[in-house]
Design a protein around this ligand. Structure first.
Ligand SMILES: *Cc1c(COP(=O)(O)O)cnc(C)c1O
Length: 491
């Protein structure tokens, strides 16, 4: 299968391995497969009897035709092993009548980014071999918290690769910060920047598009790549759990026909993977795109106008504090083709804003509903789900729960709902505890213990263990010195 840029179908057609190695297309667009493979009824029946690694290997093989099935199965069995995902990779839990939750946070960093970032480094290693790459691949990551740690865990000590993570200094939780600052591995660097997530992401994008810098690094034996969700290698493993969840819901008798899927969204990668799963044949009636107070996606879905010229809020769901949702570009490509996509992206760059055509607006609202929760509504959702169902959720999942409920009340749509749960409640323990009890613990680590005592839910081992690790990285830099920093690291 060949891959093309979302901004021009003719300039560049590359293999999956090349797309994964390169990260971004050379015209600044994102890589997309030229066609979407389809799953038939028999495929779903077959997949239902497989375990998660086998399901993953099968779905990946449909997209990554330059990898063998044996390779992919080996990668998936390593990535999704009991070791990395104790208790299963993507369990579906029935929480209310007609509402199930897809738990994507049983991996080594307790957030859904592990689902992709445990396997993506293996895909990248394979890609380096397949493309005869001799240079060291240097991964640059901008993170609003969870991606950074998950990428560090996935890439640590991987041969032929090193990784540098930038995070906004005030924009992540204390546990997230400590998780990154204590990262182990001989090929990792972590920097805090003065700015927000978009500053970090723009800084990384600017480095990628700086040709002089590329030449300089090349002469030093390095080639840059990304592990952000703009990389196809990040996105394709996320398609798997939507297929997997549907198989499990059918098996459990919790769905007979179609489902609604509610996804807490920021960069739009997770929900976009779900959309691709639906194009493959998973019968999704509606995607509910759930945002926090940074509701740029809600407005886009409801009005067709994407406008990032607005106040930026720091919320209790920091991994969704995003004003530029990069993967929306892939949806535009599906709905309008490369030419319009290139135009919209150009407008976004120049004016921070674009408005899609009436036809695209209609196509978007046919498949997507946009809702958001403010901070109070997020807290209310945590409280309500715990009190009524005895089920503990984190702040991001709470946004989705709140939005799923709003959607149901406004539309009366009673299609079975699958809510995607993206982080362990312990990753955001202070906010969760405050939502339940009303008082904010002094310290995030005190919050872990208090939350455990209050709820009886166990603290996941990776979070418990971070307390005993040594801080290795505490450097804070200006957002506009990221380029110099990278040149300094890759001496
Ligand atoms: C990254 C993240 C999200 C947002 O996912 P996108 O793919 O960026 O839309 C939501 N919740 C958590 C916990 C995350 O880490």
């Amino acid at each position: 299968m060949r891959y093309v840029s979302t901004r021009s179908e003719n300039s560049e057609r590359v293999s999956a391995a090349q797309a994964i190695k390169q990260g971004l297309a050379s015209d600044g667009g994102l890589f997309m497969p030229l066609e979407i493979p389809k799953l038939e009824k028999e495929d779903f029946q077959k997949l239902a009897d497989l375990d998660y690694s086998e399901r993953a290997a099968y779905i990946l093989s449909l997209f990554l035709s330059d990898y063998t099935e044996e390779e992919l199965l080996a990668y998936c069995q390593e990535a999704y092993s009991e070791n990395h995902f104790p208790g299963g990779a993507a369990p579906v839990v029935k929480v209310q009548e007609n509402l199930s939750v897809l738990e994507l946070w049983h991996g080594p960093t307790c957030a859904f980014k592990d689902m992709a970032l445990q396997v993506m480094p293996l895909l990248l290693s394979g890609a380096l071999e397949k493309t005869g790459e001799k240079r060291t691949v240097s991964i640059l990551v901008a993170t609003s918290g969870d991606t950074g740690k998950a990428a560090l865990e996935g890439f640590k000590n991987v041969k032929g690769v090193n990784i540098t993570v930038f995070y906004p200094t005030g924009g992540v939780s204390r546990i997230q910060k400590l998780q990154m600052a204590t990262q182990e591995g001989n090929n990792v660097e972590v920097r805090a920047i003065k700015g927000n997530f978009d500053d970090a992401q723009n800084g990384v994008k600017a480095i990628f598009s700086d040709l002089d810098m590329g030449r300089e690094l090349d002469s030093r034996g390095y080639v840059l790549s990304s592990a952000n969700s703009i990389n196809w290698g990040r996105l394709v493993p996320q398609i798997v759990y939507y297929v997997s969840a549907y198989c499990d819901m059918v098996k459990a008798g919790n769905v007979t026909d179609s489902v609604n899927v509610c996804v807490p969204s920021g960069n739009f990668g997770n929900i976009l993977a779900g959309y691709i799963a639906s194009l493959m044949g998973v019968p999704v009636n509606k995607f509910i795109c759930a945002s926090n107070k940074n509701n740029v996606l809600t407005d886009f879905i409801n009005t067709g106008v994407y406008d990032r010229n607005r106040d930026f809020y720091t919320t209790v769901s920091p991994s969704m504090d995003i004003l530029i949702s990069s993967n929306l570009e892939r949806l535009l490509y599906f709905l309008s083709g490369p030419d319009s996509t290139a135009t919209y992206m150009d407008e976004l760059k120049k004016q921070g804003k674009y408005e899609v055509s009436e036809a695209i607006k209609r196509a978007v609202s046919k498949k997507f509903a946009g809702y958001f929760c403010d901070e109070q509504e997020t807290e209310n959702a945590i409280q309500k789900v715990f009190n009524q169902n005895g089920y503990l959720i984190d702040t991001h999942t709470a946004v989705a729960m709140g939005c799923a409920e709003k959607y149901r009340q406004e539309t009366g749509d009673s299609t079975p709902m699958l809510v995607v749960s993206t982080a362990s409640p312990y990753k955001f323990a202070s906010s969760v505890y405050k939502a339940l009890v009303g008082e904010c613990p002094e310290d995030e680590f005190e919050a872990l213990e208090k939350l455990k005592t209050h709820t009886g839910v166990e603290i996941p081992a990776p979070i418990r263990d971070v307390l005993n690790k040594k801080v290795r990285f505490d450097r804070v830099i200006e957002a506009d010195s990221m380029k110099l920093e990278v040149l300094d690291i890759l001496k």
